[in-house]
Design a protein around this ligand. Structure first.
Ligand SMILES: NC(=O)c1ccc[n+]([C@@H]2O[C@H](COP(=O)([O-])OP(=O)(O)OC[C@H]3O[C@@H](n4cnc5c(N)ncnc54)[C@H](OP(=O)(O)O)[C@@H]3O)[C@@H](O)[C@H]2O)c1
Length: 306
């Protein structure tokens, strides 16, 4: 039995659907089993184990409000550091294998230059988080590895999916409301469909049952390709118009990050190197634009537009 923690969040919702589709036996919890409360976690694990052995725990729960975290440091630390540590201890004591989700924010986002251009961050690159969110996610990774070295940590970035607030939803709404949207053109990354990541997490679990265990450690996963938020917005607009999700013309204009000041400086470069996960799973990774089209197509069908 797999225990999916954070099953009502953006990634957790997609992973629930993928596990259902693959016929994986799982149970899901969200806020009702507080990850910051070791007794609550232990009690739920015990209830699970009485029915069926707990073989996997996947933790998608986290404190994810990047700017708010600056004023909410203690609470953020409880969720992003103590929570994963508690979960890792449960995995250790029950013998369950653990997958924990982390972020590109463990890096400072200034990029690493090689041969005159930036190269994607590797799992072995030194972390250097800049804000409370990134710092607590980095410390959460360490708490996981200290308490259960037999864990997979999957760092991702720029997620969107059907559940919850995200860039794609915001753009579709604004492009329907306004004649013009301005989007930053000086931050580069890889938009990632949460369903693709969910399929990859399920593939890590499946590899184990097929006797091809994925080695423990840190992995990077995003969709392929790298662009700026402005490039992403332009494609959302083009495809959104094509599928009828955007009803009227809207100009998409580039701007700089200075025009959208935020409490925490956003990474200028957050492209992740995925060589390790591709090799471990023997998978190809969908390109960001192909996945965006698939996502918008599904959304258009759900809205009766396609
Ligand atoms: N979204 C991105 O762009 C992005 C990028 C890189 C990495 N990540 C990482 O990917 C993972 C999943 O992110 P996401 O966007 O799916 O996050 P999300 O939508 O915020 O989901 C997190 C879930 O955890 C729940 N939760 C909050 N506090 C909890 C607690 N004390 N105990 C149990 N559950 C609790 C949340 O409930 P409430 O909604 O009620 O708070 C929510 O359902 C996180 O580790 C995040 O750091 C996300």
């Amino acid at each position: 039995m797999l225990w999916l923690i954070g099953n009502k969040g953006m990634l957790g919702t997609e992973l629930s659907l993928v596990l259902e589709k693959r016929g994986v036996s799982f149970t899901g919890t969200d806020r009702e089993v507080d990850i910051a409360d070791p007794a609550a976690l232990a009690s739920f694990a015990e209830t699970c184990c009485r029915k069926e052995a707990l073989t996997w725990i996947v933790n998608c729960a986290a404190y994810t409000a990047v700017d708010k975290a600056e004023d909410d440091q203690d609470f953020c630390r409880r969720l992003n550091v103590e929570g994963p540590g508690n979960i890792a201890r449960i995995a250790q004591s029950t013998g369950a294998r653990l997958i924990h989700i982390s972020t590109d924010y463990v890096f400072d986002g200034r990029g690493i230059q090689e041969g005159g251009s930036f190269r994607p961050y590797r799992e072995t690159d030194e972390t250097s988080p800049v804000g409370v969110y990134g710092l607590t996610k980095r410390d959460g990774e360490q708490a996981v590895l200290e308490n259960n070295p037999r864990s997979c940590i999957v760092r991702t970035a720029w997620l969107y999916g059907r559940h919850g607030g995200n860039f794609v939803h915001t753009m579709l709404r604004l492009m329907n409301e306004r004649d013009e949207v301005k989007v930053v053109n000086d931050q580069r990354g890889s938009p990632t469909w949460a369903q693709d990541l969910a399929e990859t997490l399920a593939a890590i679990v499946a590899a184990e049952t097929q006797d091809r265990q994925v080695p423990w450690g840190i992995y990077h996963y995003t969709n392929e390709g790298s662009i700026t938020w402005f490039d992403f917005a332009r494609e959302i607009y083009n495809q959104g118009r094509r599928f009828g999700l955007i009803k009227s013309d809207c100009a998409v204009r580039p701007c700089t990050s200075a025009e959208f000041p935020a409490k925490v400086t956003r990474p200028a470069y957050s492209v992740l190197d995925k060589t390790k996960i591709r090799a471990a799973l023997g998978i190809g990774i969908p390109a960001w634009d192909e996945s965006l089209v698939r996502y918008l197509e599904i959304r258009a069908k759900q809205e009766g537009l396609a």
